[in-house]
Design a protein around this ligand. Structure first.
Ligand code: EPU
Length: 354
C-alpha cells in the first residue's frame, strides 16, 4: 500500500471542505484493504473510507487513516452463446466506479433499470449505503448482492439484497460501519418498462422528445431526469454541496392532517395506510430559507433541501446552518428533520443533536 501523510481532503469531498487526513491510502484491491486494516490495528488509529465524497461532512482534520476507494472495474456479461431471447443480464461493478458512468453505459448496452437514477453524484459503493433513490426508483429495485469486507474481522463475504434491510435512504450498512462495500451485482432489464409515475418525468419527456411517457426509451427517461436535476440541483463542481441535506420526514396520519389544516399546500405523500412522507424542501421553503446566504454558506436558490458552501466554508459553518434550519422547522411544524449526509469529526462519525 502507498501510505501518504497529511493529505488535504478538499478534492475528495463535494462540499470542498479543506480538512486534512493524518494518513491517506488509495485502495486498489482487497490486499490493500487487508494491509490498511493491519496498519490501523497496529497504530490504534481510526479510519474512514471515502468514495465520491458526495454524502459526507468533515468538520475537523481526521486524526486517523482515510482510504480512497479506487477499485473501479466493471464486468459486463459476455454475449450470450444461446439464441434464446434474454429478458435481463447481470453486471458486476467494483465500488470505486462512477455511478452515473455506470448508468450511461448500461443504457448503451441496451439494459434498463437505472435511468431514473441518472446524474446522482458519487461512486457505486456508496449507492447501497443510503439505497439511492430518485423519481420513483431505488437502487434496491435492481440490486442482487453486495460484496463486503469486514474491517473488524478482516473477512470478506457476500450479502444478498434481501438481507440488506433496505428502506427509504436506509440500509444495514448504516448500522455496520465496519463493513466496507467492495463490489455490487445488479440485475438489469432487457425488456424496458419506463418508470414514469412522477408527473414531472412524463411532462419533461413530452417537452424534450414529444414522446408519450409510457413509450419512452430508457435514454429519453435519462435525458428527462438529467434535464430536471440540472435545473434544480447544483453541480458540486460549480457549487459545493452534498445534495439533499435532510431526509423527507415521515409523520403519522393525524400529524399530517393537523399540519395540512394549518398550512394549506402542504406537500405530503401517503406511505402505506397510516403514514405520510412530507417534502422537507417545502417545509424549509415556507420558512423563507431558500436562497439564504450567510458568510460562506447558504441554502440553494432553487432547492431548499440543498445546503451549499462557498468552497472555503468549514464543516462547522454548514452544520451551524443545518442546526438553525432544523430548529426552525421543529418550532414551526413540530417536525424533527433528520440529517441525510454522514458527519465526521477528527475521530469518526457523529450525529447532529438539536
Ligand atoms: N419543493 C419546495 N421548495 C423547494 C424544492 C421543492 O417547495 O425548494 C417542493 C416541490 O414543489 C415538491 C416537493 O417539495 O412538491 C418535493 O420536491 P422534489 O420533487 O424536488 O423532491 P425532494 O423530496 O425535495 C427527493 C430526494 C432527491 C431526489 C428527488 C426526486 C430526498 C431527501 N431527496 O427530493 O434526492 O432527487 O426526491 O426523486 O429524498 C439527494 O438525495 O441528494 C436528492 C437530490
Amino acid at each position: 500500500m502507498n501510505l501518504q501523510y497529511d493529505v488535504s481532503l478538499k478534492p475528495y469531498n463535494t462540499l470542498s471542505l479543506d480538512v486534512k487526513a493524518a494518513y491517506f491510502v488509495c485502495i486498489n484491491d482487497l490486499y490493500d484493504l487487508d494491509a490498511v486494516r493491519k496498519f490501523c490495528l497496529d497504530q490504534k488509529c481510526p479510519w474512514l473510507l471515502i468514495g465520491g465524497g458526495s454524502n459526507l461532512v468533515l468538520t475537523q482534520d481526521f486524526e486517523g487513516l482515510v482510504m480512497f476507494m479506487s477499485m473501479n472495474q466493471v464486468f459486463w456479461p459476455v454475449e450470450a452463446a444461446s439464441t434464446e431471447p434474454m429478458d435481463h443480464f447481470t453486471v458486476i461493478v467494483q465500488a470505486g466506479y462512477d455511478w452515473d458512468l455506470l448508468v450511461a453505459e448500461s443504457l448503451l448496452r441496451g439494459a434498463s433499470g437505472l435511468e431514473n437514477l441518472s446524474l446522482i453524484p458519487g461512486q457505486v459503493g456508496a449507492a447501497p449505503v443510503q439505497n439511492i433513490g430518485a423519481y420513483g426508483v431505488e437502487l434496491k429495485d435492481t440490486l442482487e448482492s453486495v460484496e463486503v469486507f469486514d474491517f473488524d474481522t478482516g473477512k470478506a463475504f457476500t450479502l444478498a439484497a434481501v438481507d440488506c434491510e433496505f428502506g427509504y435512504r436506509d440500509s444495514i450498512f448504516k448500522r455496520h460501519q465496519c463493513w466496507i462495500i467492495t463490489q455490487i451485482q445488479l440485475r438489469l432489464s432487457l425488456n424496458h418498462k419506463p418508470q414514469v409515475g412522477y408527473g414531472i418525468i412524463a411532462d419533461t419527456i413530452k417537452v424534450l422528445s414529444g414522446e408519450v411517457a409510457a413509450k419512452a426509451s430508457p435514454q429519453q427517461v435519462r435525458d428527462a431526469v438529467i434535464h430536471i436535476r440540472s435545473a434544480k440541483l447544483p453541480d458540486p463542481k460549480d457549487i459545493p454541496n452534498v445534495g439533499s441535506f435532510f431526509k423527507n420526514p415521515i409523520v403519522s396520519d393525524s400529524k399530517m392532517k393537523t399540519l395540512a389544516r394549518q398550512w394549506p399546500g402542504l406537500v405530503a405523500y401517503a406511505i402505506g395506510s397510516n403514514e405520510h412522507k412530507l417534502a422537507a424542501a417545502w417545509l424549509i421553503d415556507q420558512l423563507g430559507w431558500k436562497g439564504f446566504v450567510q458568510g460562506e454558506v447558504g441554502v440553494h436558490e432553487h432547492q431548499a433541501l440543498v445546503l451549499v458552501g462557498s468552497g472555503v466554508a468549514t464543516g462547522k459553518e454548514i452544520l451551524d446552518l443545518a442546526q438553525r434550519i432544523k430548529a426552525d422547522v421543529a418550532e414551526n411544524f413540530g417536525v424533527m428533520l433528520e440529517v441525510e449526509p454522514r458527519l465526521f469529526n477528527g475521530r469518526g462519525e457523529f450525529y447532529l443533536e438539536l
